[in-house]
Design a protein. Structure first.
Length: 154
């Protein structure tokens, strides 16, 4: 089973109704595409498995801001671990990394830039394609890969 993307895995805020995969957030209609894991700015993030960096986006803008996509294999299936809202990226496209390797640091980029300190987080997804569209298509519940007990509620 792959390792966790952070040393401490706690869902930010309400585990049962927001910030986990598939749940609708903030009274809206848009399902959440991954996990928002509590992470203060500049918390180290890690490769969940051996793999290759599929792409990076080094920008403060957009929904996700700075992001890393790690291609890996789990149970003979090619998957992508997606990390967003980063402050620093320590890898580049095409790098081969080992499970547990530091990839960069959490941050407040993209639509997370104006969040209060107690709302800082790593947005983390498991994808079946590197660049899926909107909604849940092309994504899996991270708990299906990391294990449902990988998280605790804050």
């Amino acid at each position: 089973m792959p390792t966790d993307p952070l040393k401490v895995m706690k869902i930010r805020d309400n585990c049962s109704t927001s910030n986990t995969y598939g749940n609708v957030r903030d009274g809206g209609k848009k399902p959440h595409q991954g996990w928002d894991i509590d992470a203060k700015v500049n918390t180290s993030i890690y490769a969940i498995a051996d793999g290759t960096i599929e792409f990076i986006e080094d920008t403060d803008s957009g929904d996700y801001g700075r992001q890393i996509c790690l291609k890996f294999t789990h149970n003979s299936e090619t998957l992508y671990a997606f990390y967003a809202h980063l402050s620093t990226i320590s890898v580049k496209k095409g790098d081969t990394v080992k499970e547990g390797a530091e990839l960069g640091y959490s941050g407040k980029t993209g639509n997370a830039k104006s969040l209060a300190v107690d709302q800082e987080h790593l947005h983390f997804e498991i994808r079946t394609s590197a660049r899926p569209g909107t909604g849940l298509t092309g994504r899996k519940d991270p708990g299906d890969v990391l294990g449902k007990d990988a998280l605790t509620c804050k």
